[in-house]
Design a protein around this ligand. Structure first.
Ligand code: ADP
Length: 262
């Protein structure tokens, strides 16, 4: 399924059989196909918000401008569309860097508990819009030092907590915990009691542009790139990411990290 398989997996498959020129040509074709699909996906993603913005602006120019309340409403909607475009472009920027392996990890020792609390502060307002509680397992409310790229891991935690809010139910909760897994590893879990994910979608969630076709997904302003970014970052660290979900009940995303040994 070249439409959705990511480049690295695809090239790996093809390389296994790379013994002659013919195969080299095949590899070029695969790469070309990949590029075409990527561009196709990108323009498709950009079209919707662009047309939305254009729609509101032309309606304003066609006369809606004179009504003060309509004017404000339409300008706000146009602004939302632009915000969405910015978000998509930022995600695309990130994914293209990640997919060509152009990702320099800046490894340092830092406290993962503090990082999670900072992400909570950042997303508190977003969560409160849906009356969602952000909880941290207090048992581990002491520093837990890990060795990783702090900025990239912050992106991972933001994307996962943000998803738990986007796909969470009103008045629900998101609970994050950190646990020691082995001598060398810890595991971070992000648990929600939201809409959950039907079984058949689970294996494809981390593909870029893949979205479960559920109401709200698009409104939530996602690009379908969030989880793909998360997976790339975790795998660049040589770590693992897991998902468990029960449709209608909730989901748990978890990932491992290396403990810091100072
Ligand atoms: P999006 O930008 O659409 O949120 P993601 O890559 O972050 O893209 O997620 C892909 C899809 O996985 C989403 O469209 C959503 O359907 C599903 N998903 C992700 N996180 C959750 C969650 N916590 N609960 C339910 N569904 C989720």
């Amino acid at each position: 399924q070249p439409v959705t398989t990511d480049m690295a997996t695809l090239m790996h498959e093809v390389k296994k059989f790379a013994s002659d020129k013919k195969v080299e040509i095949e590899m070029l074709k695969v790469r070309e196909e990949y590029r075409r699909e990527f561009l196709g996906n990108v323009s498709h993603e950009l079209k919707t918000p662009l047309f939305t913005v254009q729609g509101y602006l032309s309606t304003l120019l066609d006369g809606a401008m004179s009504d003060k309340t309509v004017r404000k409403k339409y300008l706000e909607r146009a602004e939302k569309g632009v915000e969405r475009l910015i978000h998509i472009v930022q995600d695309l920027d990130m994914i293209s860097k990640l997919e060509v392996g152009d990702l320099n990890l800046d490894l340092t020792d830092f406290d993962i508990v503090k990082l999670i609390q900072e992400v909570f502060d950042l997303l508190e307002i977003e969560a409160s819009k849906k009356d969602i509680l952000l909880l941290f397992d207090m048992r581990y409310n002491k520093p837990i030092m890990v060795r990783a790229d702090a900025e990239k891991i912050e992106q991972v935690v933001i994307n996962l907590v943000m998803n738990s809010i986007k796909y969470g139910k009103d008045k629900g909760s998101t609970e994050v915990s950190v646990e020691s897994l082995t001598d060398k590893k810890i595991i971070v879990r992000i648990n929600d009691n939201g809409v959950g994910i039907e079984k058949q979608h689970v294996p494809r969630l981390f593909e870029r542009f893949y979205r479960v076709d559920q109401s709200g997904s698009r409104d939530a302003g996602g690009s379908g790139l969030g989880l793909s970014i998360v997976k790339h970052i975790i795998e660049a660290h040589g770590e693992k990411i897991y998902v468990e979900s029960q449709y209608g009940k909730g989901s748990e995303f978890s990932f491992t990290l290396e403990k810091a040994f100072a």
